[in-house]
Design a protein around this ligand. Structure first.
Ligand code: PLP
Length: 242
C-alpha cells in the first residue's frame, strides 16, 4: 500500500467515525463539540499514526506506556502538529516517571499507590497531571480498574495532592452481552460520577467510555471522551500495523 492510498483510507475512516459520533450526539440531544475523539494508535506504527495526525486528529491514545514513549519521540511524529497523548492502558508505578512528562491525560489510575506515584512524578516534572480513575463497571475479572465502591477514597486522596488534577472516570464496556450490557455499564459510570460529585463536592467533568463497537451507546450515556482504534484503521495494510 502506498502512502497516498494509506492517506485516503485513513481520511475516509476518520470522516466516517466523526459522522457517526455526530449522529450519536444528535440522537442524544448533545453538542458533538463537547465530545473528544481519542484516536487509538496502538495498532499501527508511527508512519500510519502521523497520517492520522495529518488528517486532523491530535488526541492520540496508547495502551502501553513504552509505546507512548516511543511514539512521542519518533521523528516521524515530532514534526507534526502538537499531539495530546492519552495513556489509556495499565500504568505500572515504576513507569509513572517517564509517562507523566508526556501525557496530557492518564485515563487509567486504578490504585491509591499509583495515584501517589503519579503525584510524585508530576512534582518532579513541574506539572499538574490530569488523571481519570479507571472503574471496572462490568465486573469482568480480567479487566483492570477499581470496584465502584473503592472510588470515593481515591477522590478524597486526590483532593489532597498538588500534583494531580482528578478530572473524571474511565471504563470499558463488558466483553459479553453486546451493546445492551455495555450501555448499562456506561450508565453505571455516569451515576457513580454523579454520586461522587454530590458526596465530595469536587467536579468530575470527564467520562471516558466507548470504543469502536460501543461508542454510540457511550455517547447516549454522556461520554465526553471516546477511545476509538479499530474503526480508524479498517483497510489499513498489515505492514503499518504493529
Ligand atoms: C485498544 C483500546 C481501545 C480501542 O479499542 P477499539 O475497539 O479498537 O476501538 C480503547 N480503550 C482501551 C483501554 C484500549 O486498550
Amino acid at each position: 500500500m502506498g502512502e497516498d492510498q494509506l492517506r485516503a483510507i485513513v481520511r475516509r475512516n476518520l470522516e466516517r467515525v466523526r459522522a457517526e459520533v455526530a449522529n450519536a450526539a444528535a440522537e442524544a440531544g448533545r453538542d458533538a463539540a463537547e465530545i473528544t475523539l481519542v484516536g487509538v494508535s496502538k495498532y499501527v506504527d508511527a508512519t500510519a499514526t502521523a497520517v492520522l495526525v495529518d488528517a486532523g486528529l491530535c488526541d492520540l491514545g496508547e495502551a502501553r506506556p513504552q509505546q507512548l514513549w516511543d511514539k512521542a519521540s519518533d521523528p516521524r511524529l515530532a514534526p507534526m502538529a502538537p499531539v495530546r497523548w492519552h495513556l489509556i492502558g495499565h500504568l505500572q508505578r515504576n513507569k509513572a516517571d517517564r509517562t507523566v512528562p508526556l501525557a496530557a491525560l492518564v485515563h487509567s489510575v486504578d490504585s491509591g499507590r499509583l495515584l501517589a506515584a503519579v503525584d510524585k512524578a508530576a512534582a518532579a516534572a513541574g506539572k499538574r497531571q490530569a488523571v481519570l480513575l479507571e472503574i471496572n463497571c462490568s465486573g469482568d475479572s480480567e479487566k483492570y480498574g477499581l470496584a465502584p465502591a473503592e472510588a470515593i477514597d481515591l477522590v478524597e486522596q486526590a483532593g489532597g495532592m498538588a500534583g494531580v488534577s482528578l478530572q473524571g472516570l474511565m471504563t470499558m464496556g463488558a466483553r459479553e452481552g453486546g451493546t445492551t450490557v455495555a450501555r448499562r455499564n456506561f450508565a453505571d459510570l455516569r451515576e457513580l460520577r454523579d454520586n461522587l460529585v454530590s458526596e465530595s463536592g469536587v467536579t468530575l467533568p470527564i467520562l471516558s467510555m466507548g470504543m469502536s463497537g460501543d461508542f454510540r451507546e457511550a455517547i447516549l450515556e454522556g461520554a465526553t471522551h471516546v477511545r476509538i482504534g479499530s474503526a480508524l484503521w479498517t483497510g489499513v495494510d498489515p505492514w503499518s500495523r504493529q
